[in-house]
Design a protein around this ligand. Structure first.
Ligand SMILES: Nc1ncnc2c1ncn2[C@@H]1O[C@H](COP(=O)(O)OP(=O)(O)OP(=O)(O)O)[C@@H](O)[C@H]1O
Length: 280
């Protein structure tokens, strides 16, 4: 197996700006997710992308989401907005998050509305400057919005109106956020059409399906027809936690094993991220 050493990339800066602190990563560089079946490192680009993670409870979604959020934590050129219906999964990253929301739909809606307004401001800037997407030279920081458990906010808590508003805001951010430098990474343990309708799923350029109970729930994450082609997350054995099928835009699903950060790793990583962000 090959071992992966994350590139220590110094975020690109405007000419004349103070240099980035040593060891900082950049959101413009791909995030390390784990290994493929040949032992090769698997990375996913984050900037201008959205990522959907799905699978049954305990299959490894939060660990994968943690890998992505960890890359963003160490990337001093991105703000983290974390919405965690389970409260405890993303909580360790709260010290470096611009906004952290637990299992509170009213606050989650307020944060999403603010992000939508920010996205609109950025589109106005793009329109005024005749360009199509925000870059690191624009003076706008990238934002990573991570949502752990879509279903919690879209079917479990809140009134039907709040749940609908949550769905609408997330859909808008997934549909229009990329060019505005807003990355959405969302996880769900309920891969069903009411939680992830096709029209929403298709907006995610990267999809990662962990073990699913049926071929159709696997297809809900990866896309219709993949199970028939032999790519179904139903075939992942319950004993193999952290194994998933990763579909990258335009490719075919690839079996991967995610890297596993222990609580201790995460604590140390966040401490490092706090230091890097203070020094930036
Ligand atoms: N890549 C991995 N390597 C080793 N163990 C893993 C890996 N991924 C997950 N696990 C183990 O499986 C447990 C469940 O994983 P995780 O919390 O990510 O599942 P989940 O799909 O988010 O579950 P739920 O939907 O119930 O929250 C983890 O606490 C960890 O012990």
């Amino acid at each position: 197996m090959s071992s992966f050493k994350p590139k220590q990339v110094f975020p690109r800066r405007k000419p004349g700006a103070t240099p980035a602190p040593k060891g900082a990563l950049s959101i413009y560089d791909p995030a390390y997710l784990g290994l493929d079946t040949r032992g090769h490192a698997v990375t996913v680009p984050l900037m201008y992308r959205n990522i959907l993670l799905g699978g049954e409870p305990g299959s490894g979604k939060s660990v994968a989401l943690g890998n992505i959020v960890s890359h963003a934590a160490l990337s001093i050129d991105v703000d983290l907005v974390l919405i965690d219906g389970k409260l405890v999964e993303l909580l360790p990253y709260a010290p470096i998050a611009k906004q952290f929301v637990g299992n509170h739909i009213t606050i989650a809606l307020r944060v999403l509305r603010e992000l939508q307004a920010e996205m609109d401001r950025r589109y106005l800037h793009l329109a005024q400057t005749g360009r199509k997407k925000i870059t690191d030279q624009d003076g706008f920081r990238a934002t990573l919005l991570a949502i752990d458990e879509l279903a919690y906010f879209t079917v479990t808590v809140g009134t039907p109106q709040q749940q609908d508003e949550f769905k609408t805001l997330v859909r808008d951010l997934v549909a229009r956020g990329r060019a505005a430098g807003i990355i959405v990474v969302a996880a769900t343990q309920r891969p069903s059409a009411d939680i992830v309708p096709t029209s929403l799923r298709d907006l995610f350029s990267y999809r990662l399906a962990f073990r699913c109970t049926t071929d159709s729930s696997s297809d809900i994450i990866l896309g219709t027809g993949w199970a028939k082609e032999g790519y179904s997350a139903k075939d992942i054995s319950p004993d193999t936690i952290g194994i998933g099928l990763l579909l990258a835009e335009g490719g075919i699903p690839r079996r991967i094993k995610t890297a596993f950060l222990t609580d201790h790793h995460v604590t140390r990583l966040v401490r490092r991220a706090v230091h890097l962000r203070r020094a930036a």
